[in-house]
Design a protein around this ligand. Structure first.
Ligand code: ADP
Ligand code: MG
Length: 313
């Protein structure tokens, strides 16, 4: 599978949720410790503000243009990078299908910049006063691509996809404060004060109380079994992914504790050499495979076995 396939399948602006993911990852790349996401009109209007390093004048002018170069060359680089950004095309792709405004300032500049574009064409550029950080405002997503706009689902569906994305980013980055508002209503908010506070803020006291730390993250006890697999959160090298191997290891590890139709609540962080990871990108989810599948399975399975062995004594 070629790098370009992997990248292409990761479609930048498939829907508002995938767009928001890209924008969050840009804020993380900019070392933001606070990311605020406000969404209106099913995700057609979105504003993301962060307190990251911001952009200087040249970067601001370039940001809505398609970059010529790609920062990655090998497949494993996707999982190797310190930063999320590698295509240099997210923002320009978003700009091309919306009315975009960016306000930004770096700490080295006394003034901020504001750039506006319609369908990727710059309309206005000016100096503004702004605190350090970046605010990206997307309006009328897909206004000039009616065929894509037709693919938007109903508001509740788009909103639940957005919530999922932000929740997973917040879990993967528990040292960053996230907040998500949907149509002016606060949906989630984290403080950025570490994993346990983040779990508390995202899932509540009853979940935190029933989760225990183990070698690869947190395992929920039988009090918080769920009727879907949606609460098996798997992060490989700190990115949210779906892994059938890890899923199997967890479910097998819980075997004696599971009743029919019930699944564990578990948050797994597994780190490995990027060379061992094969990203097989599904249109909506990142499904990974490991070349050392059996090892991954037995490491996680036996850690869970050990955990329950000591927990049950
Ligand atoms: P990439 O992330 O691959 O570099 P993007 O299209 O996502 O490409 O973003 C283009 C550029 O815009 C980034 O490289 C960065 O310089 C700048 N940028 C985008 N969002 C932010 C942000 N929130 N804070 C600072 N810089 C940003
Ligand atoms: Mg990016």
């Amino acid at each position: 599978e070629s790098v370009s396939n992997i990248i292409a399948a990761g479609e930048v602006v498939e829907n508002p949720a995938s767009m928001i993911k890209e924008m969050i990852e840009n804020s993380l790349d900019a070392k933001a410790t606070m990311i605020k996401i406000e969404v209106f009109k099913s995700g057609v209007d979105v504003k993301i503000s962060d307190n990251g390093i911001g952009m200087d004048k040249d970067d601001t002018l370039l940001s809505v243009e398609r970059h010529a170069t790609s920062k990655i060359s090998k497949k494993e680089d996707v999982f190797n990078l310190k930063t999320y950004g590698f295509r240099g095309e997210a923002l320009s792709s978003i700009a091309a299908v919306s009315k975009l405004t960016i306000l930004t300032r770096t700490k080295d500049s006394s003034v901020g910049y504001k750039i506006s574009s319609y369908g990727g064409v710059v309309r206005n550029f000016e100096e503004v006063s702004k605190n350090v950080g970046t605010e990206v405002e997307v309006r009328d997503l897909f206004y000039n691509t009616p065929a894509r706009k037709k693919f938007l689902r109903k508001t509740s569906t788009e909103y639940s996809k957005i919530r999922e994305i932000v929740l997973k980013e917040a879990l993967a980055n528990s040292d960053v404060s996230f907040s998500l508002d949907l149509d002016g209503k606060k949906i989630l908010q984290t403080s950025g004060n570490g994993m346990e506070n983040t779990i508390l803020e995202l899932f509540g006291k009853s979940v935190l109380k029933n989760l225990k730390k183990f070698e690869y993250g947190y395992l929920g006890n039988v009090e918080i079994l769920r009727s879907t697999k949606d609460f098996l959160f798997t992060f490989v090298n700190n990115r949210y992914v779906k892994s059938l191997t890890i899923e199997r290891a967890i479910i097998d590890g819980y075997y004696t504790k599971l009743m029919k139709g019930k699944y564990p609540f578990a948050i797994i962080f597994y780190n490995t050499d990027p060379k061992e990871i094969d990203v097989n990108v599904h249109p909506s989810k990142k499904i990974v495979k490991f070349s050392n599948d059996k090892i991954v399975y037995s490491e996680i399975k036996s850690a869970i076995d050990d955990f329950f062995y000591y927990a049950d004594r």
